[in-house]
Design a protein around this ligand. Structure first.
Ligand code: OSB
Ligand code: MG
Length: 376
């Protein structure tokens, strides 16, 4: 039913409209691996969210490229797939490389939604018609600049402001923001920049009434986050630590977090993202959809995922124009004055792909075909 005739791998290079700084570094331009599946006249797309460097995760675009080319794509091309949900089983012999796997699996979900003539959101089990949106604001050169950025995003309607933080860029920023906006939904994301010696310091942020503190400690930790959570009132949200459903169960059971950020690439694809979503929902833990500076292809997939019922907090899924001078989809993703994105109801992802523009941005390309496919 889902026979893949060919897989095109492409690297595109796209400069960001604004540099994005986190506790692990600055990104000014993205190198992105796109997956294009060809199946019986249909075309489906996936985006790999692995970064330029292995800083957020141990994957990067170059490892994703080689593992896709040599291990993952051949398995997909040889398979007799009935359902996109069968992809994880097909790829499970390969350990890790979840972002590379997700790009392929998500493209198969896109394909299946086209074959079944339903929206991607409904195929995933989504029910929301609109999704609430927040923004992630990188570390800025000055306090004035961060206040300016927040003002712009609040005026645009965004419902939640998340500030990237690190030692030296934290309390005085939160204090200034809270002084000016006492009541906004405000959170922070440390991307693992703190250690046990910082527990008292982090506890002092309770006064700022943050909605959550995202991934304050080690990227692979549950135990010390649970120790920290016992010491503070503010909810901890885990991002990097949650690789799959079992991690979510462990983190919830150990009380390492009260909120989970779901990134479809980080957990290895839509199947696992849905599993994490469901595990959290059954245990009363709210989730929200994280972002990885995606182009419109990954962004459209994030929107579809965010339509599932337990995505009850505003996500990091925001307008195309915040990232790109021009996106590679049409229409671009826009956010309403009330900080919401309409979930498309059209067949597939609901966005058109600007193929000519992608072609212009392409710096390398590779076509892979099924071994069994015989050309007459
Ligand atoms: O930790 O959420 C993160 C971007 C790159 C890597 C990690 C993260 C982020 C963001 C940006 O916070 C979210 C976005 O796409 O706007
Ligand atoms: Mg994060």
């Amino acid at each position: 039913m889902l026979n893949i005739d060919a897989i095109y791998m492409r690297e595109i290079n796209m400069p960001l409209a604004h540099p994005f700084e986190t506790s692990f570094g600055v990104t000014t331009s993205r190198r992105i691996l796109l997956i294009e599946l060809k199946s019986e006249g249909l075309t489906a797309w996936g985006e790999c969210v692995a970064g330029e460097h292995p800083y957020f995760s141990d994957e990067m675009i170059d490892t994703a490229w080689i593992i896709t080319e040599t291990e993952l794509a051949p398995r997909l091309l040889d398979a007799n797939l009935q359902h996109a949900g069968d992809v994880p089983d097909l790829l499970k012999q390969v350990r890790g490389h979840r972002m590379a796997k997700a790009a392929l699996e998500n493209a198969v979900w896109d394909l299946e939604s086209q074959v079944k003539k339903v929206s991607l959101a409904s195929l995933l089990g989504g029910s929301r018609e609109i999704i609430p949106c927040g923004v992630s604001i990188g570390i800025q050169p000055t306090l004035e600049k961060v206040l300016e950025k927040i003002e712009t995003e609040l005026n645009a309607g965004y419902q939640r402001i998340k500030l990237k933080c690190k030692p030296g860029w934290d309390s005085h920023i939160f204090e200034a923001v809270r002084k000016r906006w006492p009541d906004i939904l405000l959170s922070c994301d440390a991307n693992s920049a703190y250690r046990m010696k910082d527990f008292d310091h982090i506890a002092s942020w309770d006064q700022f009434k943050l909605l959550m503190i995202e991934q304050p400690l080690w990227y692979d930790d549950f135990y010390f986050h649970s120790m920290l959570q016992k010491r503070i009132e503010t909810a901890i949200c885990l991002d990097e630590s949650i690789r799959n459903r079992r991690d979510a169960l462990a983190a919830i059971d150990m009380e390492s977090c009260q909120i989970i950020n779901i990134k479809v690439g980080r957990v290895g694809g839509f199947s696992e993202a849905i599993a994490v979503h469901n595990a959290a929902a059954e245990r009363g833990i709210p989730v929200w959809c994280g972002g990885m500076l995606e182009t419109g292809i990954g962004r459209a997939h994030n929107i579809a995922l965010s339509s599932l019922p337990n995505f009850s907090l505003p996500g990091d899924v925001s307008a195309s124009a915040r990232y790109w001078a021009q996106d590679i989809i049409e229409p671009e993703v826009t956010v309403s004055k009330t900080g919401e994105i309409m979930v498309p109801t059209d067949i597939g992802s609901g966005y058109g792909i600007l193929r000519d523009r992608i072609e212009k941005l392409t710096v390398r390309k590779q076509m892979l075909r099924a071994k069994a496919s015989v050309t007459a």
